[in-house]
Design a protein around this ligand. Structure first.
Ligand SMILES: Nc1ncnc2c1ncn2[C@@H]1O[C@H](COP(=O)(O)OP(=O)(O)OP(=O)(O)O)[C@@H](O)[C@H]1O
Length: 238
């Protein structure tokens, strides 16, 4: 469903992403972990076409990632939510519904606003929303078109505990529906139980990419060690 080959992204002379290759099969849920500055957001932004890559190929569902066919397949939740100042919460959902041709969008939008406790804020303008509310709007907008692939960049940031719990449930539901998900997070426990595979980046490179069980055995971790222990061991500076 996603094929990334030889992806390089430089900012000036600095390599933020250093010739990485990986793929996600349909229905796979992959947790993307890494310390600050590892290159996670840059990788996602290159995949969704927000940043121009310096080298490499990216295919989504067999289509080059910059084609309309590829763009129809995915939603992206950026690490910093962008909302339109002069659209209300409801109008954001209406805009997405019209752009993606979502049928019965009102019903779906009501359910999403209900889940994220936005129903009583549906007439508030984007500019008047708190950071957490913007993040909730961003997640609702991403879920509304029911995409095959979802890219979540730090989705839990700014969310209150109830919304974090709901989002974990959303992940489980999406996985059950066979969606393909790449989620970057520092909240390791939020992906530990649902991720089929964990990908760990450091300094623009992928330093681990396997099931949790295989990562543990490859790196000689103790049987009862957590993903967090493994992550800290793998990413520690020499
Ligand atoms: N717009 C930019 N201009 C220059 N350098 C950048 C820019 N954005 C990111 N970088 C650099 O690229 C590298 C990778 O950053 P990136 O944001 O992809 O990391 P990340 O793994 O998502 O980090 P975090 O966990 O802090 O969000 C870092 O060294 C960062 O300083």
């Amino acid at each position: 469903m996603l094929e990334v080959t030889g992806l390089v992204k430089k900012y000036g002379k600095q390599n933020a992403v250093n010739n990485i290759s990986f793929s996600l099969a349909g229905g796979e849920v992959v947790g993307l972990l890494g310390p600050n500055g590892a290159g996670k957001s840059t990788t996602m932004k290159c995949i969704v076409g927000l940043l121009r890559k310096n080298a490499g190929e990216i295919f989504l569902g067999g289509h080059d990632h910059m084609t309309v066919e590829a763009k129809k397949l995915f939603s992206y939740i950026p690490e910093t939510p962008h909302v339109y100042d002069l659209l209300t919460v409801r109008e954001h959902l209406q805009f997405i519904a019209q752009a993606y041709g979502v049928k019965n969008w009102q019903e779906k939008a009501e359910a999403l606003m209900d889940l994220y406790e936005l129903s009583d804020k549906q007439d508030k303008l984007g500019r008047d929303l708190s950071k957490g509310m913007r993040q909730k709007v961003s997640i609702c907008c991403a879920l509304l078109p029911d995409p095959q692939i979802l890219f979540f960049d730090e989705p839990m940031i700014g969310l209150d505990p109830k919304a974090i719990k709901n989002t974990k449930k959303v992940f489980r539901d999406l996985k059950e529906q066979g969606k393909t998900i790449l989620v970057s997070t520092h909240l390791i426990d939020s992906v530990e139980t649902i991720a089929d595979r964990i990908m760990i980046m450091k300094d623009g490179n992928i330093i681990g990419n396997d099931t949790l069980a295989n990562l543990k055995s490859n790196f000689g971790a103790e049987g009862d060690s957590s993903l967090e222990d493994l992550f800290l061991e793998l990413t520690k500076d020499e």
